[in-house]
Ligand binder design. Sequence first.
Ligand SMILES: [Zn+2]
Length: 86
Amino acid sequence: MFFYLCVFIVPIIIFLILHFITRDKTDDESQLTEPMEVCAFCQRDFPINQMLEKEVGTYGKIYCFCRECIESLYKEINNTGIMTGE
Ligand SMILES: [Zn+2]
C-alpha cells in the first residue's frame, strides 16, 4: 500500500515543485519589464511611465492616455475653435 502511495504521490510532488519554480521565474521576469497599460483611446500598449492617468466619471475609474492621443485631441480642439470660444 505504501509503495503504491509513493509511486503516485512522489511524481505529483516533483511536478508541483517544478511548477512553482517555473512560475517564480516568470514572476521575476515580469517584474524586470516595465508595467504596460492600454491606452483608453487607441487601445495600444505603452509603458505606464509614458502615459497620463486620469480619473474619469463619478465612479473614479482610472483611464490611461498615450501622448499621441492627447496631442491629436489638442490639435483637434484647436482646429474646432473651442479654445477661443468662437
Ligand atoms: Zn493612445
